[in-house]
Ligand binder design. Structure first.
Ligand code: SAM
Length: 245
């Protein structure tokens, strides 16, 4: 059972002992969540470590915790990579939240041919940092010990080059007759990549490129889903229904 109070620290190496939270985390814990001295707090670092801590002092700028012990939890399996065309800000924020809550291992934002929202050259780091803040909120909310890796790829080809080996790749496509269930049943994945087109869909040449790379086209039913809904449906199907560890 997770404690009601959870916080995030940006370190790959969480250790037992005294821990002072930064201003943003302190403010959130004390002012927004109203945690007080003596409360139990879970400390997440996004690298699978969870600290079991007590709140010692509740300054609004510098909360001090005593981390009693640190546990390490395994990353979610199967390993899910979500590769998705660029979306407008509100839809993208929603997608990030869902992906963190459902335990996606990696998110690749693909600057696809018909994407409605590309990341301008030179703005990548600023965007990644803003998106990471959204993901930290979702991580704390959902008590997910693992922060998904977040990557921007400037084309489908580049995304394919950067992806780790997956024994199954599926693309949401209206023309498909197969479903994720049939594909997963044929080849139960240790790692799966889920491709979702942008609002304007993948172009024909992108779809051909994905098929050449071994991706299987799958239907998500007769309705035209928004890209973020399609992504949510695919991840939920894999994580919660088809491939439960
Ligand atoms: N522009 C398209 C249209 O209006 O016909 C809609 C594209 S849809 C918003 C974005 C992506 O979601 C698609 O490229 C596809 O990957 C996925 N998608 C949405 N509904 C789907 C469905 N019923 N089956 C498979 N994939 C779907």
């Amino acid at each position: 059972m997770w404690p009601a109070y959870r916080c995030f620290v940006d370190t790959p190496d969480l250790r037992a002992g005294s821990l002072t939270l930064d201003q943003a985390e302190s403010l959130h814990l004390v002012k927004v969540r109203r945690a007080g001295p003596g409360e139990e707090v879970a400390v997440l670092n996004g690298h699978g470590q969870v600290g079991v801590a007590r709140l010692v002092s509740a300054g609004k700028r510098d909360v001090v915790l005593e981390v009693e012990r640190v546990e390490t939890l395994p990353p979610p399996v199967p390993e899910i990579t979500l590769a998705i065309g660029g979306l407008k800000q509100a839809a993208w924020d929603e997608l990030l939240r869902h992906a963190v809550e459902l335990g996606v291992n990696r998110i690749v934002r693909v600057q696809s041919d018909h994407a409605v929202a590309d990341v301008q050259a030179g703005k990548e780091e600023a965007k990644l940092s803003r998106w990471r803040e959204k993901m930290v909120q979702a991580l704390k909310q959902s008590a997910n010990p693992w922060m998904p890796e977040l990557v921007i790829a400037d084309s489908v080809g580049r995304a394919l080059e950067r992806l780790p080996a997956a024994n199954l790749q599926v693309v949401g496509a209206f023309s498909a007759t197969a479903t994720i269930r049939t594909e997963v049943n044929q080849a139960p994945p240790g790692a799966i990549t889920l491709w979702v087109g942008p609002e304007g869909d993948f172009s024909d040449s992108e779809l051909s490129r994905l098929r050449e790379a071994g991706a299987r086209l799958v239907s998500l039913g007769p309705r035209i889903l928004r890209a973020e809904t399609a992504a949510l449906a695919m991840v939920a199907a894999v994580r919660l229904v088809l491939c439960k560890p």
